[in-house]
Design a protein around this ligand. Structure first.
Ligand SMILES: Cc1ncc(COP(=O)(O)O)c(C=O)c1O
Length: 365
């Protein structure tokens, strides 16, 4: 980071670009007193696990370093190398994890075109035809992301229907919940229920088997939790082999306890969802900008004039999602403010107008 006396810029590049929530930072500092036993056999880890277990209604909770680690441990637990994992074409496991799932499990990923990032029960049609045929990989898991990589959210009934359809053909259901909190906030607001009921609705009550529960994108410094909804006696061995067993696990446990306390997870995700909604509303006022996916959680995808992308990125960096079609991704974070949003949109409007006037003057003889 460049040091400057000016107020540091907050970006809309990724929810990983944000820092750590102050209450979580305090807990990390508090965990830094004295010594305690390692590899998770300590009270802070126990308390963190118990907090997330209650929050998600899971049977067990185990901490890992990152989301990729949580995903591969979950998939490793329910597959053999001749199996396959069904997921959407946009799934992070298929696009952004460097083939970690394939390498770690030996399984083939079978990607399915999605509907704005989501799958529906009919997308599973045909997979059962492979069962018992030795020439074909044997489908074993359905992995879906909640919220999705495109910022959309499975409603509880949609996820339940999908999980039931998967179970009906013998697939285990894994949810990549790097942004599960953002999904729960969306659902809580839509149906007007409490944060915890919403979390249960998009996890336990949707009859899923495994959940990679995100911390890093929601105000933590490092760490994810793998929530199991069924007996998983092998999990600890798989986690260790995946190089995901933290020796100083208390620092991860402390962060998750803080996230669960007073529903900080909900407040953080609500703040980032709100900022994304404001961003979408403001961008929608620019006639040259088109929002391309429903804004359910904390991501906003837009198609914008090509000439404006570089100059706008130079002001506040963000990622181009689809270069060919000029689609870019903006992501809000737990600490994105209304002013951040308004300044960012003003920068985009300037970049569009500057380019327009350059084009206009170039055209003028
Ligand atoms: C949908 C999704 N799953 C999982 C991850 C986890 O990634 P990491 O291994 O970097 O923590 C991410 C991070 O961007 C993500 O967007």
């Amino acid at each position: 980071m460049i040091e400057s006396s000016a107020e540091p810029l907050r970006l809309f590049a990724s929810d990983n670009a944000s820092g750590v929530h102050p209450r979580i930072m305090e807990r990390i500092a508090a965990a830094n007193r004295g010594h305690c036993v390692s590899y998770g056999a300590d009270p802070l880890t126990r308390r963190g696990e118990e907090s997330i277990r209650r929050l998600t209604g899971g049977r067990t909770v185990d901490f890992l370093y990152n989301g990729t680690g949580a995903n591969i441990v979950a998939l490793g637990l329910c597959t053999r190398p001749y199996n396959s994992v069904v997921c959407s074409e946009e799934a992070h496991i298929a696009t952004d994890e460097c083939g970690a799932a394939e390498r770690f499990t030996g399984c083939k990923l079978m990607t399915v075109p999605s509907h704005h990032g989501k799958l529906v029960p009919a997308d599973l049609d045909g997979f059962a035809d492979a069962f018992g045929v030795e020439h074909h990989v044997q489908p074993a898991v359905l992995s879906v992301s909640q919220s999705t990589e495109l910022g959309t959210v499975y409603r509880p009934d949609e996820l339940l229907a999908l999980a039931r359809a998967a179970h009906a053909i013998g697939l285990t259901v894994h949810v990549d919940g790097a942004r599960i909190a953002n999904a729960a906030v969306c659902v809580a607001r839509e149906i007007g229920c409490s944060p915890r009921d919403a979390m249960h609705a998009v996890t336990r009550d949707a009859e899923i088997d495994f959940l990679s529960f995100g911390g890093t994108k929601n105000g933590a410094m490092v760490g994810e939790a793998l929530v199991s909804y069924r007996e998983t006696p092998d999990l600890k061995y798989v986690r260790k082999q995946a190089a995901q067993l933290a020796s100083k696990m208390r620092f991860i446990g402390a962060q998750f306890e803080a996230l669960a306390e007073n529903d900080l997870w909900f407040q953080n995700a609500a703040a980032s969802n709100d900022a994304a909604r404001r961003l979408a509303e403001r961008l929608d006022r620019l006639p040259e900008v088109k929002i391309v996916y429903p804004v359910d959680a904390n991501a906003v995808f837009v198609k914008m004039p090509r000439h404006a992308i570089g100059p706008a990125q130079a002001e506040r960096f963000f990622y181009v999602w689809d270069k060919e079609n000029d689609v870019v991704r903006f992501m809000a974070s737990f600490d994105s403010t209304a002013d951040d949003v308004d300044d960012f949109v003003a920068g985009i409007a300037r970049a569009i107008a500057d380019g327009d006037s350059t084009h206009a003057s170039e055209e003028t003889p």
